[in-house]
Design a protein around this ligand. Structure first.
Ligand code: F6P
Length: 319
């Protein structure tokens, strides 16, 4: 292994830059040449490569986004697209590839490694935290803290006016951002795609909370469980209580990474280089506070378990 490449793919996540820095510097310390690929698999197909030196990744540790930029490539989902990508890797004497992204990114990595026997290592980087084999992915902690900060601020103004607010978080089909930010912010209800909810029961709770004298009521809804605006219309009709809504949206994807995301980035980046030095194709992750590596196919086969205990605690504490 003499030369390795790295790309970021899919939705960006805070901490991708910290991970990129760790990977680049550790690879260089191990006498590897490093190239960055711009705009994910799309850039790989198009041969958008830039050499990375230790100084190329200076002053990025604390920055959100990804200096390599990112994209969701349709062409890479085809065999022809992957053949083009493989040719670019070979033509540029690249011996191993590191990809930072979510499940779509990993699926691409799995195919590239299976079809061409090319060593690929995957680092989980997505705010959604929807990869089953790892407890956490890069960007999740920052996104949750951003959502939590927003909930705290929303709470201030809702309390002053005795209001109810529905706060919509991102997360695609995963409720983790809503669950963690909801429990941290003391949400009165948390709606996630993993657990069916009864809108009449939510409405009864809103009415009961008013009767109890609760000065504010915050309902956190994961985007996979519903839209804040639509829920507000239904709940207003059922409760006659006026509702405010906030869709947190892309602010959850930006911002300076938290310490946890920087620590994960450092550890994942270093471990990914080690995987490539062994000539293997794997994903890295964290399980029960230990850094792990796992075969890509095994990792992708796992089904994400929702943290029901945490969800129950959130509900009990909200009463
Ligand atoms: O996967 C990260 C994520 O932010 C999801 O939470 C969200 O559903 C999606 O990406 C939005 O993707 P895009 O920015 O491509 O519309």
């Amino acid at each position: 292994m003499k030369k390795v490449a790295i790309l970021t793919s899919g939705g960006d996540a805070p901490g991708m830059n910290a991970t990129l820095r760790a990977f680049t510097r550790y690879a260089i310390s191990n006498k590897l040449e490093v190239v960055g690929i711009e705009r994910g698999y799309e850039g790989l197909i198009n041969g958008n490569l830039i050499p990375l030196a230790r100084r190329s990744v200076s002053d990025i540790l604390q920055r959100g986004g990804t200096i390599l930029k990112t994209a969701r490539s349709v062409e890479f989902t085809t065999f022809t697209g992957r053949q083009k990508a493989y040719k670019v890797l070979k033509d540029n004497d690249i011996d191993g590839l590191c990809v930072i992204g979510g499940d779509g990114t990993f699926l691409g990595a799995q195919l590239l490694s299976q079809e061409f026997g090319f060593p690929v290592v995957g680092i989980p980087g997505t705010i959604d935290n929807d990869l089953a084999y790892t407890d956490f992915s890069i960007g999740f902690d920052t996104a949750v803290n951003t959502a939590l900060d927003a909930i705290n601020k929303i709470r201030d103004t809702m309390t002053s006016h005795d209001r109810t607010c529905i706060v919509q978080t991102m997360g695609r089909n995963c409720g983790d951002i809503a669950l963690y930010a909801g429990i941290g912010g003391g949400a009165e209800a948390i709606l996630v795609p993993e657990i069916e909810y009864d809108i009449n029961r939510i409405a009864d709770n809103v009415i009961a909370n008013h009767r109890k004298g609760k000065s504010s009521d915050i309902i956190v809804v994961a985007e996979g469980a519903g839209k804040a605006e639509e829920l507000a219309i239904v709940l207003k009709a059922l409760t006659k209580v006026s509702m405010r809504t906030v869709v947190l949206g892309y602010i959850q994807r930006g911002g300076s990474p938290t310490l946890q995301d920087r620590l994960l980035g450092a550890q994942f980046g270093v471990t990914a280089v080690k995987v490539l030095l062994d000539g293997e194709s794997k994903v890295v992750g964290i399980k029960n506070n230990r850094i792990i590596t796992l075969d890509i196919t095994t990792a992708l086969r796992k089904t994400k378990k929702f943290e029901k205990k945490l969800y129950n605690i959130a509900n009990t504490l909200a009463e």
